[in-house]
Design a protein around this ligand. Sequence first.
Ligand code: ADP
Ligand code: ADP
Length: 226
Amino acid sequence: ELLVHLEDVGKVYPNGTIAVQNADLKAVEGEFLCFVGPSGCGKSTIFNMIAGLTNPTSGRLSVLQTTPKEARKQNEIAFVFQEHTLLPWAKLIDNVTLPLTLRGIPKKQCKEEGERVLELVGLKDYMKVLPRQLSGGMKMRVSIARALISRPKLLLMDEPFGALDEITRQTLQDELLSIWRQDQKMTVLFITHNVFEAVFLSTRVIVMTPRPGKIADVIDIPYSFP
Ligand code: ADP
Ligand code: ADP
């Protein structure tokens, strides 16, 4: 199934900055795509367009055969950013269930789903803890758990591990791969500056040029993971 389809997509911001030009891309179900390229080459802009947070100024873009905004409304898209967007005063279980609570899902179901995703990231014993009591790596696990709670078809990760030390980063890379392999249908799009990270994680690497934001190359990674 075709999940994300960009056809000749461009984005010029209202101040005249050309952020993305002539981007063509297809992502199918179950792919893990990494975007690499220098700062300012338009990676986040592409993500924001795919997420329906900003519109392309040219070309065509569909997500799950519909518009990005519609796909987001149907809770098919989730995000993880580098900086943790956890609520500091809320226990982990309440942080991860927030997307469901906001949609008015019954409490019992929220709790079950919350436990499921905290278990997935190895933090089930920390349900009642506050974010400030956690290390950076653990906070990132909570952010990942919260993103997974709605069982999204598309997971967008914008430099999620950029602020972590090398050992924590490698552990989280392994954990993310094992989560992704458990859900054969989830498509992950992942931004990184780190070429090693891209090659280690992904099934395809999208290389972007410095300005003005073009896709320079698409590299298929010829490994199949165990
Ligand atoms: P990357 O994620 O690769 O660092 P971005 O997509 O953030 O790149 O930015 C691409 C270009 O668009 C940069 O030149 C950036 O300064 C510019 N840009 C990003 N967001 C805006 C905005 N809201 N308004 C104007 N220019 C922007
Ligand atoms: P459009 O739908 O035309 O893309 P939006 O309504 O999404 O525009 O954006 C309105 C304003 O917000 C614009 O001035 C744009 O520069 C700014 N903007 C859009 N996307 C981002 C972003 N990802 N980060 C920061 N500013 C943004």
